[in-house]
Design a protein around this ligand. Sequence first.
Ligand code: SF4
Ligand code: SF4
Length: 161
Amino acid sequence: MLKSILSSKDCAVCRFCCSFRRQSLWETPLFDKKTKESLEKKYPEAKFKTAGNESFTVDLLHLYKTDGSEEEAACPFLGESGCVLTADEKPFDCSIWPLRAAKINGKVHVMLENTCPAINKQPFKNVENLVKSGLGEKITAYAEKNPDSIKEIQEGFKVIF
Ligand code: SF4
Ligand code: SF4
């Protein structure tokens, strides 16, 4: 959904958002039950755990080899050429990164995370224009229907919408 401002060339050399340090595990992608069950059959090596009331996420804890806080574990769906999931399987979370939904005073807002190097190179106005031209409504509507996708406010979140 951010293709107009995020190039696949940048992502191919980066892949930052498909690997997770322990302190970033709140960020792992969410799947609904049907998708999770289908992925378990297709990728038996992938482990899942519950996340919220109706969602599931990948369980990466067994992949860490050290206690180091900087060690990263890759999402089991990260292949040689990027994400191996189809458009239908890919979590909404992943399709809107580095945007996130979070609540302030009971209202859902769209936040920009500050860790995507490709987005950080752009003028903030580009991201803001994209969010304010329809994407923001889409994200908040999804979040209202899927409350498990609403994140806690994190350091580095910038409210856009
Ligand atoms: S962090 Fe940004 S540039 Fe890197 S792979 Fe993710 S979306 Fe692409
Ligand atoms: S599901 Fe795909 S896009 Fe999302 S974190 Fe895993 S590899 Fe990356």
